[in-house]
Write a new protein. Structure first.
Length: 148
């Protein structure tokens, strides 16, 4: 594992610890029902645990794999650039189209899957997210000019 990966994981771990500390200031339960601090607490715990697991298992990589990872150093930047564009256009295009196109970008161009897999996965994932958040939880998602 490179020093950059360790530093990035440490930064994400610090964010997780900060969320954990901040979530402890929120009420955890409200009459046996999860309150405002419930989900942030468990998400922060999961984030910190995943960072620790990544740091522990990442050190076991052979040197040749670390060198191959160095060739893909720009991939995280491409993922973040795509995410930034997705978030920037979401109000204009709507949640479904912005996230669907972002997933196609990730799967087709960064992961090199086929068009059928990329489009099918994007449609399935955005549909499930919309079903869970917009329909079941009544969370308003940005709608574009086409209504989705």
């Amino acid at each position: 594992m490179t020093r950059g990966e360790i530093a990035f994981a440490g930064g994400i771990g610090a964010v997780g610890v900060a969320f954990l500390v901040l979530s402890l200031q929120l009420p955890y339960l409200d009459d046996f029902v999860p309150a405002a601090g419930y989900f942030p607490f468990w998400i922060a715990i999961a984030l910190v645990v995943l960072v620790v697991l990544h740091l522990v298992t990442g050190r076991e990589q052979p040197q040749t794999e670390q060198q191959e990872d160095g060739a893909n150093a720009r991939r995280p930047l491409l993922v973040l650039a795509g995410l930034a564009i997705c978030v920037a256009v979401m109000d204009w295009t709507g949640f479904g189209l912005a996230v669907g196109l972002y997933l196609i970008y990730l799967l087709r161009f960064l992961e090199r899957t086929g068009w059928t897999t990329a489009i099918g996965s994007a449609v399935a994932i955005t549909s499930i997210i919309s079903l869970v958040f917009a329909t079941l939880l009544s969370v308003p998602l940005p709608r574009g000019p086409w209504g989705f």
